[in-house]
Design a protein around this ligand. Structure first.
Ligand code: ZN
Length: 137
């Protein structure tokens, strides 16, 4: 049993990595094209073989919010701890990242030095740092 003990996060400005911008360029292309993978709510309809470091989808049709999960580090087999960035963007944000008008994002970071996970909201919950193992009763 894992029990949640959430630690408070700190707001950070991070430079948008080039590969993430390339992934979002693909996403933007599908939004503009009106492709259904960008128009129906999902967690992971937006993903590409050549950009296997990120995936996401339209989170909320009404607000037009997209959510993405990005893996900032190179994939290593048997890695115990894989850092993730969870990112929330609307169509305008995505477009401005693609045109490089926006070069940075504000994300809430885990306070643990050993952890590089980041979240779109202050109440983000980290898989690695915010849970403690509880003995079965
Ligand atoms: Zn963490």
């Amino acid at each position: 049993m894992r029990e949640e003990h959430r630690k408070s996060k700190t707001l950070e400005r991070v430079v948008i990595p080039d590969n993430l911008a390339l992934f979002l360029k693909e996403v933007h292309r599908e939004i503009v094209a009106g492709d259904e993978v960008a128009a129906i709510e999902s967690d992971d309809l937006l993903q590409y073989e050549e950009y296997n470091f990120a995936y996401g989808g339209l989170n909320d049709w009404e607000t037009g919010e997209y959510r993405f999960r990005y893996f900032p580090d190179e994939y290593k087999e048997n890695e115990q701890h894989e850092n993730t960035w969870d990112i929330s963007l609307n169509k305008t944000d995505i477009e401005r990242i693609v045109t490089r008008e926006i070069k940075e994002l504000s994300l809430w970071a885990c306070p643990e030095d050993s952890c590089g996970c980041k979240f779109p909201d202050a109440d983000g919950s980290c898989f690695y740092c915010d849970y403690v193992e509880q003995p079965e009763t």
